[in-house]
Design a binder for this molecule. Sequence first.
Ligand code: NAD
Length: 429
Amino acid sequence: MKAGKGITAIIGMGYVGLPLLLDFCEAGLKVIGFDIDESKITRLQNGESYISYIPAEIILNYYNNGLFDATGDFSRLGEVDNIIITVPTPLNEYREPDLQYIRDTAETITKYLKKDQLVVLESTTFPGTSRDIVLPILEKSGLKAGEDFFIAYSPERVDPNNKDYRACEIPKVIGGYSAECLERVQALYGAVFSRLVPVSSLEAAEASKLLENIFRGVNIALVNELKVLFDRMGIDIWEVIDASSTKPFGFMPFYPGPGLGGHCIPIDPFYLTWKAREYDFSTRFIELAGEINSQMPYYVLQKTMEALNSREKSIKGSEILILGAAYKKDIDDIRESPAVKIITMLQEKGAVVSYHDPYVPLIESMRSYPDLKMKSVELTEEILHNMDCVIIVTDHSCIDYRWVLAHSQLVIDTRNALQGLDESKVTKA
Ligand SMILES: NC(=O)c1ccc[n+]([C@@H]2O[C@H](COP(=O)([O-])OP(=O)(O)OC[C@H]3O[C@@H](n4cnc5c(N)ncnc54)[C@H](O)[C@@H]3O)[C@@H](O)[C@H]2O)c1
């Protein structure tokens, strides 16, 4: 263990917390992972992985070497010097920020908070959360922020399964409640991340993450809108993007798709929309982008109906295979995935729907679709042949799309996975 950094607790062993814990281990820092989900704790203690792209050997190796421990016993927060919070920040049923996970975690920390501890919030949220929500809860302990304990915010920038950027090589934005808070988080994160980007306040750090995600959401909406227009004009949007991308400056490619998914882009921008109301401000770009992106599954449905219609078939009674259920390629995460929306819309229209996703063996117990329960079917020539239509929703790299096309009657391609192949059986959507 490196001297001077002490032991770090990471609360929330999910898609953000677990990779962060492994980064700390790699840097030689001692860390304890906390979660209320006992099954995750047990699996970590057994050296197992529950995220497809994190190999179990890494977890087992660090665990056996004593670099990390995992526990659901929060009284052990008393053993640590630093506490990092990586719990979920979803929207509630009214599409408003649901900060209950952050509040609950802050309440738990308050019970065990001790002098000189550093608390860093990493969950994505609106500016003001660290100062106006987390800090007052922590001060209920009787300790004073900036004097007795330290508080900072640092947004998580991980891109799941992106092999080009290791998390510790992605510059890390940090903001502190006071100069000393910033120094404390600088000292800790400097041991793990190759570049730190200190900003002047907690709020600037919180806002920087939202800007990044809003930037993506708005630009994806732009190409999604142009996809629909160009389709009407008989122009291929993917060809256009490839051509525009050759400009060496002032252009950055974004790609259209069947709709947004994941825990970030479909959700985070609306944290700011909600906060903006307090300032009598309406975030029109965010709303418009949300409107366009959320229409994309309906566009896929429309294109599927038209393609079937041109073959004298109706959606009702058609056998349709969804290829790829995860919200993006080569991962196992189906949160907010447009595949699920498309599946339920097709079912409502009377289609007989099945899906194949090598990363997602089951779809069940989703917050917005509690009754949906499906099992991934095997991908065989016979199944493809028997389908009236195959819809490529997620273009996992391990699938041979040439082979899929060869054995299918009709393919709706929302990802340009069939680029360059015989287009007679393909509808782009
Ligand atoms: N997934 C991403 O790619 C990504 C990227 C950047 C930022 N973020 C942000 O990071 C945060 C976490 O996201 P995630 O994808 O890791 O979520 P996740 O659902 O994968 O993991 C969160 C974990 O927190 C645990 N948890 C919930 N309440 C708890 C509590 N009171 N005490 C202890 N543990 C608790 C859950 O059991 C779960 O294991 C969110 O704010 C998200 O917006 C996510």
